[in-house]
Design a protein around this ligand. Structure first.
Ligand code: ZN
Length: 442
C-alpha cells in the first residue's frame, strides 16, 4: 500500500521529515525519489529490496527536491549537474547521518538518500553473524600487529560494518589508528579519519604516503581500487603496520588473484597478507512466521555434496504483520581465510590458479561461502532461496569438488613448494626489506 500525504495541508518540510523518519524506523538503507512523467515515485530499500513507498504529484516535485537539497547543503539553483550532499541532524529524537546524491535524468532530478546506520558496528564483532569457528579465526587475525587484512564483497555486502567493527575492537588509547576513506561512513572517536578529495589531488595514494609519516600503528584504507594503493598497502604492512582494507571481490581465491592482477610484487604480497574475510548479506528469516518444509531431492543432494549432511527439513519464509515477505533484517554469510605459510609461499612462487585453489580450500579448514550459507539455512537463520540468489553454485561446487578430488595432487604440490622454498633465497630478502628503513620512502 502506497502512503498518501495531504500535500495541500501539510507543509513540504514536514512531509520530507516524515518520509525520512519513517524510512529510518523501518530500517531502510536508502530512499529514492524517481521522477516520472506525472509524479515523483518515492521508494525505500529494506533488507536489500526496493519497495514502492509513495507517489508525489508533479506539482509538488520541485518543492520536495528543493527541500532535500537545502537540508543536505546542495546548491538549489543547480539542477543540470550531479551533486553530493550530507545531512547530519536530529529529527524527533533520531540522530541522523545521511548521504544525499542528486543526478539529472531525462525526466528531472533523481535524488537518493543513503541512511548510514551505525547500530550494527556499535554492537561489536560478535554480532555480525560469524560462525564460532570463523569468529575465532578473525580474533586471531586481528591480534597480529602487522600484515594486511582484507574484507571483500560487493557494494552493500556490509564490508564497512565489518571493518568498523574490527577498528572499534582495536581502538585503544595507546594505539594510533589512521584511516583514509571515500566517503567516511562512520565517525569513530579516537581514530584519525581522512576524507579523500580527488578534485584537489588528495587521493588514496597521496594520503597514505602522508599517513606513513604520522607514526601509525593501524591503517585503514577505505578501498583498494588501484595498483598504486595496493603497492603502498603491501609495503606499509611489511614495515610493521596493520593494514585493514576492502576489495570488490567475491571470495578468498578471487581476492588473491585480483591483487596479483594489480601488479603487486608477489613475494611482498605473500609475506604481507594475513587474512581475507569475504562476505555477502542474506535476508534473515522472520522468527515470528518462518515455517519448516521437507527438502526435495535436489536440495538433499546439495546439502550432502556441500556439507556431507542429510537434511530432511529446512525453514522457509511465512507471512505475518511483523515482517516484509517473511524476512526481517539481514545476516552476513562469510568465508574467512587465514593465510598460512603454504599459501604465502604459493603466492610468492606464482603457482597455477588450480593449485592455489587447492591450497585455499583444501589444505585449510576454510568454510566456503556456500557452506556457511547452507549452515545458516539449517539453523533457520536464512532461506535456501536467499543463499542460492547470492552464491554462484557452479563456482562454489567446483571449489568443493576440487577439495574432494585433488587430495593426492595437493600433497605433491606442497612438496614442490617446499622444495622450491628450500632453494629460494627470496625468503631471506623479505626479512632484509622489512628491516631496511628506506623502504618507507615510496
Ligand atoms: Zn514474519
Amino acid at each position: 500500500m502506497l502512503r498518501k500525504f495531504d500535500l495541500e495541508k501539510i507543509p513540504i518540510v514536514e512531509i520530507v521529515n516524515d518520509i525520512i523518519i519513517d524510512a529510518v524506523k523501518r530500517d531502510a538503507s536508502d530512499i529514492h525519489f524517481d521522477p516520472h512523467d506525472n509524479f515523483l515515485l518515492v521508494r525505500i530499500r529494506i533488507d536489500g529490496e526496493l519497495i514502492d513507498y509513495s507517489e508525489i504529484p508533479n506539482a509538488y516535485q520541485k518543492n520536495l527536491i528543493t527541500r532535500i537539497k537545502i537540508i543536505s547543503g546542495m546548491n538549489i539553483t543547480e539542477s543540470r549537474l550531479p551533486q553530493d550532499g550530507a545531512i547530519k541532524t536530529k529529527i524527533k529524537d533520531y540522530d541522523l547521518d545521511l548521504r544525499v546524491s542528486a543526478l539529472p535524468t531525462n525526466k528531472g532530478e533523481k535524488v537518493v538518500i543513503r541512511i548510514l546506520d551505525y547500530t550494527m558496528s556499535a554492537q561489536g564483532l560478535e554480532k555480525l553473524g560469524f560462525s564460532d569457528k570463523n569468529l575465532k579465526k578473525v580474533r586471531e587475525m586481528i591480534k597480529v600487529p602487522n600484515g594486511i587484512i582484507l574484507v571483500t564483497g560487493a557494494t552493500g555486502s556490509g564490508k564497512s560494518t565489518t571493518v568498523y567493527s574490527i577498528l572499534s575492537k582495536l581502538n585503544k588509547e595507546n594505539i594510533n589508528i589512521m584511516s583514509v576513506e571515500d566517503p567516511i561512513e562512520m565517525d569513530i572517536e579516537g581514530i584519525n579519519q581522512i576524507q579523500v578529495n580527488s578534485e584537489i589531488g588528495l587521493t588514496f595514494a597521496n594520503v597514505l604516503r602522508s599517513i606513513l609519516r604520522q607514526d601509525p600503528n593501524i591503517i585503514m584504507i577505505g578501498e583498494i581500487r588501484d595498483t598504486e594503493t595496493a603497492q603502498i598497502a603491501v609495503r606499509a604492512s611489511i614495515t610493521g603496520h596493520l593494514v585493514l582494507s576492502t576489495l570488490h571481490t567475491n571470495n578468498s581465491l578471487t581476492t588473491i588473484e585480483r591483487l596479483l592482477d594489480m601488479n603487486v610484487e608477489r613475494y611482498l604480497l605473500g609475506s604481507a597478507l594475513t587474512g581475507i574475510i569475504s562476505q555477502k548479506l542474506a535476508r534473515r528469516l522472520c522468527p515470528n512466521c518462518k515455517r519448516k518444509r521437507k527438502t526435495i531431492e535436489y536440495e538433499k543432494d546439495l546439502f550432502k555434496k556441500t556439507l556431507n549432511k542429510d537434511i530432511e527439513e529446512i525453514y522457509v519464509p511465512g507471512v505475518c504483520a511483523e515482517c516484509t515477505g517473511g524476512y526481517k533484517g539481514r545476516i552476513a554469510i562469510q568465508e574467512v581465510l587465514t593465510i598460512n605459510e603454504d599459501i604465502k609461499d604459493a603466492i610468492a612462487n606464482n603457482v597455477r590458479k588450480e593449485e592455489l585453489r587447492n591450497l585455499v580450500y583444501e589444505r585449510t579448514d576454510t568454510i566456503t561461502l556456500l557452506q556457511d550459507g547452507l549452515n545458516k539455512v539449517i539453523n533457520g537463520e536464512t532461506s535456501l532461496e536467499e543463499v542460492l540468489k547470492l552464491i554462484e553454485l557452479d563456482d562454489s561446487i567446483e571449489n568443493i569438488e576440487a577439495e574432494n578430488n585433488n587430495l593426492k595432487n595437493v600433497s605433491s604440490i606442497t612438496e614442490d613448494v617446499t622444495n622450491i622454498l628450500d632453494k629460494n633465497t627470496n625468503q631471506i630478502d623479505i626479512s632484509n626489506i622489512v628491516q631496511e628503513p628506506e623502504v618507507i620512502d615510496f
